[in-house]
Ligand binder design. Structure first.
Ligand code: FE2
Ligand code: FE2
Length: 251
């Protein structure tokens, strides 16, 4: 059914919220479970590498952009690319502070890049965002929106003011990236066919994000239930994430 592009984008955003909430619970559970330094190190090297991948994917989209791309759009994408480069640097800088271990980029980044399961930026590659403007805008609105909620819950969970301020800054940037994506979608999704395409792609991206979040944090039973109730059983069918109940973490 055709909706105005603005209504369509509002609905799409609304449909992300249960996933975002479920992911936040799982991230908070990870930090509240008092992970040791090795786990923290791995977690942050993963986050750092994800930021680097975001930078690279946006750079690819800029370099592959059509000649008639709105110059303002290119400015926004370039700003996003610079933000991701800064996130990469910021996470790199806090790794010793958070885990007591130094990161060796030449050693640690390739190992992370070989692990396909735990990074949101993989979604950009999988859906070929550099050649598909709708996929790019969906990626920005759904995956960056997810990232903003994730960094925000980390900012709220950390007592250390350095960490908390760094994460809050990253969260604010990711919120801005999600806004850019929503804005582009509202400009593009002006036919029923395009909306149907976007709706199906959005479902796949949300499923992937749930998987990625389970892989990198603690799969929580309460989150699984929220997901199943809102998105349906087939959203998590065959996933095989072993979940724990919150009371096991907070007892
Ligand atoms: Fe980022
Ligand atoms: Fe971002």
């Amino acid at each position: 059914m055709y909706k105005t592009p603005e209504d369509f984008v509002d609905e799409l955003w609304e449909d992300n919220q249960v996933l975002y909430k479920a992911s936040q619970i799982q991230i908070k559970a990870f930090y509240d479970s008092k992970p040791d330094n090795d786990k923290l190190f791995n977690n942050f090297v993963r986050r750092m590498t994800n930021e680097r991948m975001n930078m690279v994917e946006i750079a690819k989209a800029i370099s592959a952009s059509a000649y008639d791309t709105d110059p303002k759009e290119l400015v926004s994408l370039s700003k996003q690319m610079l933000d991701e480069a800064n996130h990469f640097r910021m996470v790199y800088d806090i790794i010793p502070h958070v885990s007591g271990k130094e990161c060796d980029l030449g050693r640690d980044v390739p190992v992370e890049l070989a692990d396909l399961k735990t990074k949101g930026a993989r979604i950009a590659e999988r859906y070929d965002v550099e050649n598909d403007p709708i996929a790019l805008a969906l990626y920005q609105s759904i995956v960056e929106g997810h990232a903003s909620c994730n960094w925000q819950v980390m900012a709220d969970t950390m007592e250390d003011p350095i960490l908390s301020t760094t994460y809050a800054k990253i969260a604010a940037d990711e919120r801005f990236h999600a806004k850019l994506g929503k804005h582009s979608l509202a400009k593009m999704l002006d036919t029923e066919e395009k909306q149907e395409y976007a709706r199906e792609l959005a479902k796949k991206m949300r499923k992937d994000l749930y998987d990625i979040n389970c892989g990198g944090n603690i799969p929580v039973e309460e989150s699984r239930k929220m997901i199943e109730e809102y998105y349906g059983e087939d959203f998590i069918a065959g996933k095989g994430h072993t979940t724990v109940e919150l009371k096991e973490i907070y007892s």
